[in-house]
Structures are given as C-alpha cells and as structure tokens.
Write a protein that binds this ligand. Structure first.
Ligand code: ADP
Length: 274
C-alpha cells in the first residue's frame, strides 16, 4: 500500500523531470539552430558582394579598351565594396553589443548629444531626399548607459526613418521623461512618414537579417542587422524598443531606457542591486 502511494507521488515528479529535460533539450536545439541559421545567413550575405566584386573585376579587365564601361563597372565595384564594409561593421557592432556588458562602463549620457549625433549621421542622405529632421524635448535629459551603444542604437533608428521614407517628408525625434515605479525612464520616439510596416512584419523586423523588402534594403546599403542591434542594446540596458506603424503612413520606433540619476545610480552608489 505504502509503496504504491510513494510511487504515485514520485511518478508525477518523475514525468515532470523528464518534461523539464525534454524542454531543456528542445531549447538547446533551438539555440543551436539559431546559431546555424546565423552562420548560414552571414555566409550568404558575404558571398553576394564578394561574388559581384569578382564578376565586376573580370568585366573591368575585359572592357579595358572601353573607358566608359570601365568607369561604369568601377562605380558598381565601389557600391559593392561599401556594402561589404557596412556588413562587416554591423557584424562587429552586433558581436560587441552581444558580448560586452554595457553597464560596465555606463555613465550619464546626454540625450541632446545623442540626438544631434544621430541627425548628423544622416544629414547627407536626408538632404538629398529633402527630408526635414526635427528634435524636441531633449533638454536636460540623461540616460544611464554605454555611450557608444546608445549612439549606435539611436543612429540606426534615425537612419532607418530616413531610408524608408519618400522625399520631402519629415522625421521627428521626441524625448521625454517617464515616471515609472523602480526608477524613471527616458523615452525617445523616432517618427517617420515613410512606407510603414505591416502587422505581420512588425513582429519580425527585430530579427537578425530580417528585411521586409530585401532588394530595397540592399539598395539603401541596409544589412538587416540594425534593429537587432537596437533591440539588444535596449534589453541589455534594462529597457526596450517597440514599434507602432500604419502601412503607407509611417512608423514610430520608441526606445525606453533608464534615466541617469534615478534609482539605478543610487543602488550602484550604495552597492545595491542594479
Ligand atoms: P536594414 O539594414 O535592412 O535597414 P534593419 O534591421 O535596420 O535592417 O531593419 C529591418 C527591416 O525593417 C528593414 O529592412 C525594413 O524592411 C524594415 N524597417 C526598419 N525601419 C523601418 C522604418 N522606419 N519604416 C519602414 N520599414 C522599416
């Protein structure tokens, strides 16, 4: 009688244990599959410009007696080389934000400086497309975080806003302080009047190498890694990034990050939990 009672008690425990082990294995397999996909994606993304460069250099050699053709091919080689450089740079950025703890050298970072830097980065492209950029609410706000990573994150959002918008539209950057329990946050919203993102794609744009329209993304020098970097930076700072969009009308990407001078800093100063 007692043995039965014990085994009846142990059996569900045992099956739960087996279930946990199976879940663990499934998770390990999933991580392995994601890693394999990533390597396959990187290889593919690298092969494309390298293949094009190889073909174009052959074409240049064949066309050596036609200066106009040589110039045309050389121009395309330059585009492919830039694409390759962007990709390698973004891969380095991604690996950095994934491996470095941003809070190890965190400091108060001024939002107005971050915004000015991001706008500067896109000034040329915005100028060509006659896109107006306007920022507001940034005065006196400071984020607690890693300056380089925060600049990369905001820069990517503003760059995308310009890239995926038609000419003569407006990109707005609005910052404000949000009072929330557990430490105030800074919210930075980047709004464009661009092509927008469908509901189905909205869930996936933060994945590495995911692009709604690969041809368009490549044409603008996109790598499909920008939003993955933004998402990682936000999460590792204890914040988040969200997207609102209406197809054909525009998108708003919103970053929420810890404010400098809030509970986190005080915890840090007193050696309390981060
Ligand atoms: P990419 O280098 O292709 O811009 P991202 O990771 O930055 O890569 O973005 C992933 C995809 O999300 C883009 O290819 C594009 O399809 C879409 N996307 C990103 N930002 C915007 C935006 N502001 N408006 C419309 N689509 C966007």
């Amino acid at each position: 009688g007692e043995a039965l009672a014990v085994s009846a008690r142990v059996a569900p425990l045992g099956s739960r244990l087996v279930l946990l082990l199976v879940e663990d294995l499934t998770e390990a397999r999933r991580i392995e599959a994601v890693r394999r996909d990533f390597v396959a994606n990187v290889s593919h993304e690298l092969k494309t410009p390298v293949g094009a460069l190889s073909l174009l250099s052959e074409a240049v050699m064949d066309a050596s007696d036609d200066p106009e053709a040589v110039e045309r091919f050389a121009g395309r080689m330059q585009i492919e080389a830039t694409r390759l450089t962007n990709l390698v740079q973004e891969l380095i950025d991604l690996s950095r934000v994934q491996n470095d703890d941003p809070l190890e050298d965190a400091e108060p970072v001024r939002v107005d400086e971050l915004v000015a830097e991001a706008i500067d980065r896109c000034r040329q492209q915005a100028g060509t497309k006659q896109i107006t950029m306007a920022a507001g609410g940034t005065a006196e706000l400071r984020i607690w975080g890693n300056r380089g990573q925060l600049a990369a994150a905001l820069g990517n959002l503003v760059e995308n806003a310009v890239n995926y918008s038609p000419a003569r539209t407006r990109v707005g950057i609005a910052a404000r302080r949000l009072a929330v329990p557990g430490g105030d946050q800074i919210e930075i919203a980047v709004t464009d009047q661009g092509i927008g993102i469908s509901e189905k794609d909205r869930e996936r744009v933060f994945e590495r190498f995911y692009r709604v329209d690969p041809a368009r993304s490549r044409a603008t020098g996109g790598t499909g890694l920008g939003l993955a970097i933004v998402k990682h930076v936000a999460a590792s700072h204890g914040g988040e990034v969200t997207v609102w969009s209406s197809e054909g009308q525009g998108s708003t990407f919103t970053l929420r990050l810890p404010e400098a001078g809030s509970v986190r800093d005080r915890d840090r100063a007193t050696g309390g939990p981060l």
